[in-house]
Ligand binder design. Structure first.
Ligand SMILES: [Zn+2]
Length: 179
C-alpha cells in the first residue's frame, strides 16, 4: 500500500503536514461538508429558474493570467454568483477549524478566503458584479436579490451599448474652411 505524502503544497512554496483523519467520524464530517455544499446551490438554481432567469453553470471566466468558475453566471449582464460553503470559506457564523491537524487546516482555510477575495477583485476589474452567498442563506431571498441585480446590470449593459452606437453615429465635426 503506498504511504500518503508527508506534506501537501498550498501553493506559493508553502507546504504543510498532510492531514490524517483523526477518526472515521472526522472523515465523515469532512465528506458531509463537501456534499452539503451542493444542496443550497441546487435550491438557488431552481429558484432562479422559477423566476425565469437563465444562466450558465460553472462558467469559465478568464481574467488576465488566471481564471475562476462562478457557480452561477449571467454572461450578458455580467453577474457572477458564488455559493460559498460555510466550512470551506470560513463563514463568520458557522466556520470552524477542526481541532486535529490544525497545522493543515488553518493555512488551508486562510488560503481559500484569500483566493475568494482575489477572484472577486479580478472579476470586478473585468466588469463583473459579484454576489457571494453563504450556503446557510435563504435561497428565496438570495434569488430575489440576484434577480434585481441581473435586471439592473442588463439595463446598464444595454445603455452602454446604445451609448457606444450613438457615439459612432455622431457626424464628424466639420472644420471651418480657411478664408
Ligand atoms: Zn454559515
Amino acid at each position: 500500500m503506498p504511504s500518503p505524502p508527508e506534506t501537501i503544497s498550498l501553493g506559493s512554496g508553502r507546504r504543510v503536514p498532510y492531514p490524517i483523519a483523526s477518526s472515521p467520524a472526522a472523515s465523515n464530517v469532512a465528506r458531509a461538508n463537501r456534499r452539503a455544499n451542493t444542496s443550497p446551490e441546487v435550491q438557488l438554481r431552481s429558484e432562479l429558474h422559477r423566476r425565469g432567469l437563465r444562466f450558465r453553470k460553472d462558467f469559465l471566466v478568464r481574467m488576465g493570467g488566471t481564471w475562476t468558475r462562478p457557480d452561477i453566471a449571467f454572461t450578458r449582464a455580467r453577474v457572477a454568483v458564488f455559493v460559498d460553503g460555510c466550512f470551506w470559506h470560513s463563514c463568520p457564523e458557522h466556520g470552524t477549524v477542526p481541532r486535529t491537524n490544525v497545522e493543515y487546516w488553518v493555512p488551508k482555510l486562510q488560503a481559500n478566503v484569500a483566493r475568494d477575495r482575489r477572484n472577486t477583485a479580478f472579476l470586478h476589474d473585468e466588469g463583473w458584479a459579484v454576489v457571494r452567498l453563504w450556503e446557510h442563506e435563504d435561497p428565496v431571498g438570495a434569488a430575489e436579490r440576484i434577480d434585481c441585480l441581473v435586471k439592473l446590470h442588463r439595463r446598464r449593459t444595454i445603455a452602454r451599448a446604445a451609448d457606444t452606437r450613438a457615439k459612432r453615429r455622431r457626424p464628424q465635426r466639420v472644420l471651418s474652411k480657411p478664408r
